[in-house]
Design a binder for this molecule. Sequence first.
Ligand code: BDR
Ligand code: CA
Length: 318
Amino acid sequence: MTAVPVVMDVDTGIDDAFALMFAVRHPGIDLRAVTCVAGNAPVDQVVANTCYVLDAAGAGEVPVGRGATAPLLAPTPDTGHVHGLDGLGGFSRPSDRRTCPLPALDLLRHELLAAVGNGEPVTVVPTGPLTNIALLLRAHPEVAAGIERIVFMGGSASVGNVTAVAEFNVFHDPEAAAIMLAAARDLDIPVTMYGLDVFEQVRVTDSDAATLSGRLDPGCQLAGALIVARARGEESASIGDAGTLCAIVDPDGLGTERCAVRVELGHGFARAQTIVDRRRGPRGDDHHSHGTVPTQVDVALTVDARGYAGLWLGALTG
Ligand code: BDR
Ligand code: CA
């Protein structure tokens, strides 16, 4: 299997941790760099969590870059109630891993221009608010030639999880999500949206957690503990962000529809909704555009939930 080169942009986060572990352990992913953004926790905590998770997963020298400390415009929401005060359900521990001296944007630029140079475009996987990626694409559009595709966790074609219509990563920085989509449209970068329509469906059970926790492997033990923390007394928990990487290794497991997507930037109850246009045929507003041309996005609407759960567990246990 040829490994797909990947850079991740994370707000680690219990389920970002699941994604990092999979990226480190699955032979189909070549993890080139990880950049951090404020989201589930403040950015310094996100960096600390990321380094600890990479240690536990047994990662080699993957550069970790510190990125945006706050959304572009929106006030920083209080997020401690979602993944605990440390963002990692109380399981974060100090790490000796040295972070990259380059800030996130420079690290991403470096990796993506290297990809242009060697003719091996990289898949960009944001699983947090889109602040870093929006800034990157507008400040350094030349990196587009080094991007194979963006596969991001965010948004929804149906309901939200922060508000009735808004998903957390988009809600945290709606302007960034809108800029990322607009820049991808301008730069011809294909985008896959792995949103709430599939996010909760890929689940692992408390018995999977027990199996992982029983292994003599710090990565599996951490994963087991995090599943229990995420399940919050239920019998199963979603692997969440990790589904983005399963979709890279097994694209056939994801059912997508090419749809026009916009982000609502007003300040009413629909703020941060991803408006996914699933209409077919001629549309009245083709002639009454709302100013911006929407981005065509491959929106994930169905997922092989059992297949992806098995894929994730298999990668962790080797
Ligand atoms: C997203 O929000 C975060 O809490 C998770 O890590 C995931 O990226 C789900 O809305
Ligand atoms: Ca996340």
